[in-house]
Design a protein around this ligand. Structure first.
Ligand SMILES: NC(=O)c1ccc[n+]([C@@H]2O[C@H](COP(=O)([O-])OP(=O)(O)OC[C@H]3O[C@@H](n4cnc5c(N)ncnc54)[C@H](O)[C@@H]3O)[C@@H](O)[C@H]2O)c1
Length: 281
């Protein structure tokens, strides 16, 4: 077997590490946005359990503090920071806070997002802009704030929560679908540009996942599915059920860790088979 020499390699070989060394996030410092509920909350729980120090970010202070207070006792510290990711100055503030609290930044997870349902003709200019500002521009601001620090430090990992809807389209979510195709493209572009700095940039594509954000849309989803959207999804997915937040969090854990040391630029689907399965069965 050819030996990989780690001298001046952007992503050094980890082939000599044990599995427990590869999966561990001990001493890593990780920012997670959208951390107050849903998928972001599940990500915080898993990464904290794996030993990481966490900067948990959300615009909803009370819910965020409740999420942090509910975490099991651990040696790993966690701080809650209220911020709106669609404001570039606030992304920079979060990066500075991570440095002030922990002295470094290893991983940044861009999860914060809005999930609207609106027929294209009904989408106002304001609503279009609000969704793009949060889901796409906010993700770029997070990547840029993280990337600057990671470049100076000699590497890091950025994980963008995109969607299965970055692979196909659906009705009544034109702004959402466009924003998520944008996040997938942004991920590939930054992975190309920043690989030389030792920065991996990856995206995760959840399928329909049971979260408060989806629950808020259930009346519309039921109307669009002509019945119970949860059951319809369960029948349609090879997995036989809708996703739950922890399904997504476990993949984020893998991608944040050295298990994924050779993964960059890709969007990894965590969709119970939604995108690549055939309705014909
Ligand atoms: N649930 C799904 O079916 C699904 C599927 C694919 C992708 N996603 C993506 O996963 C991510 C999380 O979705 P979820 O279902 O957990 O949503 P959710 O609504 O349950 O939680 C989203 C969190 O993000 C926060 N947030 C929203 N805008 C923010 C802003 N500007 N600044 C800071 N925080 C902000 C909210 O306060 C909330 O706590 C989103 O990016 C979403 O697009 C979700």
């Amino acid at each position: 077997m050819t030996q990989v020499t780690n001298e001046k390699v952007a992503f050094p070989s980890v082939a000599n590490k044990t599995i427990s060394e590869l999966i561990s996030l001990e001493n890593r410092v990780i920012v997670v946005t959208g951390a107050a509920r849903g998928i972001g909350q599940a990500i915080v729980r898993r990464l904290h359990e794996a030993g990481a120090a966490i900067v948990a970010v959300d615009r909803k202070t009370e819910q965020l503090e409740a999420t942090v207070a509910e975490l099991p006792e651990s040696k790993a510290r966690i701080v809650a920071v209220t911020a709106d990711v669609s404001q570039s100055t606030q992304a920079e503030m979060v990066a500075e806070r991570a440095m002030r609290e922990f002295g470094k930044l290893d991983v940044w997870v861009n999860d914060a997002g809005l999930l609207p349902i609106r027929a294209a003709f009904e989408v106002t200019d304001e609503e279009w802009q609000r969704i793009i500002d949060t889901n796409l521009t906010g993700t770029f601001y997070g990547c840029r704030a993280a990337g600057r620090l990671m470049k100076d430090q000699g590497g890091g990992v950025i994980i963008n929560i995109a969607s299965s809807l970055a692979f196909h389209g659906v009705s009544e979510q034109p702004h959402y679908v466009a924003s998520k195709w944008g996040v997938r493209g942004l991920t590939a572009a930054l992975a190309s540009e920043w690989g030389k700095y030792g920065i991996r940039v990856v995206a995760v594509g959840p399928g329909l996942t049971d979260t408060p954000g989806v629950e808020a849309n259930m009346t519309d989803l039921n109307r669009m599915q002509g019945g119970d959207a949860r059951n319809a999804t369960a029948k349609f997915y090879p997995a036989g059920r809708m996703g739950e937040p922890d399904d997504i969090a476990r993949m984020v854990l893998v991608l944040a860790s050295d298990l994924a040391a050779f993964v960059t630029g890709a969007e990894i689907l965590v969709d119970g088979g939604e995108v690549y399965s055939s309705p014909a069965g």
